[in-house]
Ligand binder design. Sequence first.
Ligand code: CTP
Length: 403
Amino acid sequence: MTASLQGKKILLGVTGGIAAYKAVEVLRLLVTAGAQVQVVMTAAAQQFVTPLTFQALSGETVRTDLFGPGTEPLEHISLGQAVDAIVIAPATANCLAKLAAGIGDDLLTTVILAASRPILVCPAMNVKMYENPVVQENLGKLRQRGFHILEPAAGEMACGAYGSGRLPEPPDIVAAIACLVTPPDLGGRRILVSAGPTHEDLDPVRFLTNRSTGKMGYAVAAVARRRGAEVTLVSGPTALPAPWGVSRYLVRTALEMQAALESLFSQCDVLIMSAAVSDYRPAGLAEQKIKRGEEEMLVKLTHNPDIVAGLGARRQQQQVLVGFAAETQDLLEHATTKLQRKNLDLIVANDVSAPDAGFAVDTNRVTILDRQGGVEVLPLLSKEEVADRILDRVAALLAERRG
Ligand code: CTP
């Protein structure tokens, strides 16, 4: 899931580390997301990847030199001001040291000295280099001066060592850039999101579940984080990676989801309950695998708790609660009943029988109902766009309640 960066201008600085090859993927994702990208490479970066690769993908001439043929006289000043954000990925220890000391001895470092836009620095180096006190001191200086630092990931490195220093994965770098260029209208808000299906065990190898993939809830979590919220995601089993910058709790059953949400609910300003919770679970869990037997087999089910109704009953008035209503018939009537019964502020109703909406697809067609009887019918949108529209309504309710 990539953020939309339509119309955004990004300067991508690439310095000379082995992770420079990953910058190619960062560029590709930025371009796919609709950004216009100007690449600036250091001399060392060109030892790892050629400018031609970046040029072909960005459609722009790659800038490499402060002086010489083909350079504009005031490029080192204009480049860092004509964009919405700057990202340096990877940033070597040498680059960090130069930035911390204010050295401008090549085009990239000079551009940074003159820049007036948010700068995201993505350090990547061997773990020993990364843990070196001088590197940490330089990072501290940069943080203090308002640079945004994307912590390196831990894992196996190109040099064979294991530890902290790997360049984060390109989708996470792009998510962090999207945060920088999105107005933080949900800044300071704590948003709890549930997503995905639940698995209700029948025996050690079988369970009951539904067709939810978690895409809608994960989109809500990613977009809320992008808009500045502190986001916690409680997720049933899905194949999706945790959205960047979001704390994720993985659960399997409705009872586990209930326990997780109940423990987190009192600290949140907003709950967005998009999980497809199973209404029933097998009445008993067979200890051993159930063997093939008679022609027919009856499975006795017992009710699961209605999680959001329970939370709705003990909510504080200033909290905002949003539910989803997955329906296959009488959409608005059923959704209105659920909104009232579960004590919600908003309910997002969708007809899950439509092929382009609901489970397992990247688009959704929803209607948002509120407590005052308001009905907002949205067109077919990507799940990220739907998330934005839901969060617009949430932001308006939060602002109203603040008074
Ligand atoms: N929900 C919940 N706990 C459940 C079932 C649903 O918290 N045991 C939440 C869902 O996450 C959603 C809302 O309630 O936000 C509506 O879910 P939905 O499945 O549409 O409705 P149900 O209440 O289960 O009613 P029905 O299955 O009869 O349509």
